[in-house]
Design a protein around this ligand. Sequence first.
Ligand code: HEC
Ligand code: HEC
Length: 223
Amino acid sequence: MNKVTHIVSIGMLLAGSACQDLEHSRQVDNPQVRGKTIALQVCSNCHGVNGVSVSPTFPKLAGQRKEYLVDQLTDFKSHSRADPNAQRFMWGFTHLTDAQIDELATYFSSQPAVLGEASDLALINEGNAIYHSGLPDKGVSACMACHGQHGEGINQFPRLAGQHADYVMKQLKVFQQSDTRPRGAVMKAVCANMSDRDMRAVAAYVEVFPPEGEASVSPADDR
Ligand code: HEC
Ligand code: HEC
């Protein structure tokens, strides 16, 4: 198939369907379509053109570690990441080739990450302490040890900085209460004894990721 035909066929797939309609994404099953094209025409409907999603149902992908993205897309493809939202929204992408997965991961990992807006500073400060020191009494390890000083992640350890708090909270629950994430054993151990409040606090912290000390500087600052 030549390039023009590709563009036309993608255009036709997109044409008849509303943006939120999942069906067209299941039909972009041509192995010749470039990852970036899929990113812009399909993934963008939920994750944003630059990987900065608006709704916390959809995780931000901008600046996420490439290796982590490859792992997750591979796990969705094999249906081994199996929490309800993964099934509902991501299980359709079984047709992605390894090359397309690689290109998609390259595209989203190279987009600039965007931090969220701070709201509840007391909660954020609590989360800051958990992120950097863990909760030794409860056997909760410091998140920083694996997710990086600035929440930037490394290789298979995902970036957390900027991620929607509600999504982070939800995934912590998935790790704690299920075995539906195939690479989740480490995280299951980390959050085994975390309370809802602990999870909410650390989730609120990573979404805004204020520089060291900033959150405690002036609670009056309504940043
Ligand atoms: C219809 C909406 C929708 C579309 C289209 C969509 N996604 Fe997703 N995606 C989701 C949802 C919802 C989740 C979160 C699943 C969960 O809660 O486990 C997700 C999760 C992910 C994750 C895991 C992120 C993380 O932080 O663990 C990756 C990677 C991903 N999507 C990549 C893509 C790519 C690449 C495409 C295009 C091929 C795409 N998505 C298209 C809704 C969508
Ligand atoms: C020993 C290393 C380690 C520690 C400590 C750790 N994590 Fe993780 N975390 C991981 C790994 C590895 C993954 C990827 C799991 C996967 O691929 O499913 C992960 C995934 C996550 C995810 C899912 C991200 C996404 O986009 O879906 C969240 C949220 C998370 N960790 C939060 C935390 C928090 C909060 C802490 C501290 C309380 C923490 N982690 C401590 C290793 C760690």
